[in-house]
Design a protein. Structure first.
Length: 68
């Protein structure tokens, strides 16, 4: 589980925008032109551009049913 302080300092590595926590296991870039989504595995956010790229086309609504 990520705490608020950590969430506040995390930024999308691709565009430096803020990210928001979704379904407690994804971090979603708030930039509508970016839309990368970063999985949280074993409580560790995987903030890598190539990782975010994999989920660009996955709708945010579907993340809750996906395993990172
Ligand atoms: Zn981004």
């Amino acid at each position: 589980m990520l705490n608020e302080d950590l969430l506040a300092i995390l930024a999308c590595p691709a565009c430096k925008s803020k990210v928001s926590l979704v379904a407690e296991k994804w971090l979603v870039c708030q930039n509508p032109d970016c839309q990368r989504k970063y999985p949280i595995k074993d409580d560790i956010p995987i903030m890598l551009i190539e990782e975010g790229d994999k989920y660009v086309h996955v709708p945010v609504e579907r993340l809750s049913e996906m395993e990172p």
